[in-house]
Design a protein around this ligand. Structure first.
Ligand code: HEC
Ligand code: HEC
Length: 174
């Protein structure tokens, strides 16, 4: 006998709880799967490069809430961070917000500064160079929810600036 034959409503309730969560078990599992902090990188602006920041920074824990956050790499196929990149965000109301990446390639936006109405259009700029994401983001504030470190059916690969390596100005970075 299946659970749903005992009480059809239970399966639906479970699905809703997983999707929206009160005590969200999916969120917990996602966070556990991200693993511990990397050695030598304290929780802070430079940590967890390439990870889906807003999974944790969602206002439901001690981690400060971000509306949009992620990591930009120099190229798609190496883990070299791209510092000093402007991340241009334009929301459905045509409001533009620009954030800059730090030495880990990380950027993060607080809701008080910019809480976009989706869809959200994204572009990267470094000097006069510009690269745009063709399709807008529909709701997820974490770039890495789609941009993982491997291109696959479920991932668009890293967020990267250049097709081929170019030197970046990393002056001021440790
Ligand atoms: C696995 C959960 C998790 C992920 C993923 C994560 N963080 Fe954090 N982050 C934390 C925690 C926990 C803290 C420490 C909060 C505290 O001090 O209580 C923190 C702290 C920070 C801080 C300092 C906040 C403050 O109040 O000063 C920044 C900035 C930050 N993270 C940025 C990022 C960025 C950018 C990403 C993605 C590239 C990211 N984090 C990914 C959990 C996470
Ligand atoms: C919902 C999934 C999703 C999210 C979230 C997402 N992206 Fe993308 N991104 C894609 C896909 C798929 C592509 C490739 C197709 C395209 O350009 O639209 C892409 C392409 C890009 C490109 C262009 C790459 C190229 O070769 O032209 C950039 C730059 C980019 N994304 C940056 C970002 C940044 C920065 C964020 C976070 C603010 C982000 N993306 C969030 C799915 C996503």
């Amino acid at each position: 006998m299946t659970v749903s034959s005992v009480w059809p409503g239970l399966a639906v309730l479970l699905a809703v709880a997983l999707a929206f969560g009160c005590d969200d078990p999916l969120r917990e599992r996602t966070i556990v799967a991200l693993g511990p902090e990397a050695a030598g990188v304290p929780p802070g602006p430079l940590h967890r490069a390439g990870q889906p920041c807003v999974v944790c920074h969602d206002g439901r824990s001690s981690a400060r809430e971000f509306s949009v956050a992620g990591t930009v790499f120099v190229t798609a196929d190496a883990p070299d961070p791209a510092p000093g990149v402007v991340v241009e965000l334009v929301d459905a109301d045509k409001r533009t917000f620009r954030a800059a990446t730090n030495c880990a390639g990380n950027f993060f936006v607080e809701p008080a500064d910019f809480a976009p109405r989706y869809p959200l259009f994204v572009a990267l700029e470094a000097g006069r160079y510009r690269i745009e994401m063709d399709t807008p983001v529909q709701r997820d504030g974490s770039c890495a929810s789609c941009h993982d470190d491997r291109t696959s059916r479920s991932s668009a690969g890293r967020v990267y600036l250049f097709g081929t390596p170019r030197p970046m100005d990393a002056s001021g970075c440790p």
